[in-house]
Design a protein around this ligand. Structure first.
Ligand SMILES: [Zn+2]
Length: 201
């Protein structure tokens, strides 16, 4: 009999953690032992914040960036941001990288991933249609800032094709960003330069 069967509460925790994506089984045991050692106060804090994020955090239904629901979108609702530019990123992580360069003052659009047939992710699984619907006369430029991986490039090409019929200028990051690299691992200066030197797609 598996020893875990004799520890039903530990097994329940394990079952929950097994469903957390990106948590390799080797790390799962480390996380479990971390939780088991936490004092009551920390456990309460952790439970409370998990409940609070469900209650208080949502996606902006325009750009799909996380927002504190009561405060509105940090970007769409900020009149100081340039509403004529939309920078398209794969996820929240890349948005943070670009934001940290402090060289971009426009809006964003989070696609929620990249087209990846091998993983069963097609265009309709991403927020591409919602991006096209955002292109109104007030938008003059769409910057495609996908990671320079095969999937990122294919997604950028797909989005660019979709935007072809519109009057909007489509640009992409300059190739200062090493091929096959993820934006999150590149230094701030390189990303900043790639953004400043962007070129027509
Ligand atoms: Zn927004």
């Amino acid at each position: 009999m598996d020893i875990i069967e004799k520890l039903p509460t530990v097994k329940r925790l394990m079952r929950q953690l097994q469903q957390v994506p990106f948590l390799a089984s080797k790390n799962m045991y480390r996380v479990m032992s971390y939780f088991l050692k936490l004092d009551n106060e920390r456990i309460d804090q952790l439970c409370r914040v998990l409940q609070d994020i469900k209650k208080d955090v949502s996606f902006c239904n325009r750009c799909f960036v996380w927002q504190e629901t009561s405060l509105g979108c940090l970007f769409c609702d900020d009149s100081h941001r340039d509403q004529s530019q939309i920078c398209v990123v794969e996820s929240w992580q890349e948005l943070l990288v670009i934001e940290r360069t402090e060289g971009y003052r426009g809006l964003y659009h989070v696609l929620g991933g990249v087209i990846s047939p091998l993983d069963g992710i097609g265009p309709s699984d991403l927020y591409i249609e919602q991006l096209i619907n955002r292109i109104t006369s007030g938008v003059s430029e769409v910057i495609l800032a996908m990671n320079q991986t095969p999937e990122g490039e294919a997604t950028a090409a797909f989005v660019a094709r979709k935007l072809k019929g519109t009057a909007v200028k489509v640009s992409c990051l300059a190739k200062g960003v090493p091929i096959g690299s993820n934006l999150e691992f590149i230094d701030r200066l390189t990303v900043s330069k790639a953004l400043a030197d962007r070129k027509p797609f």
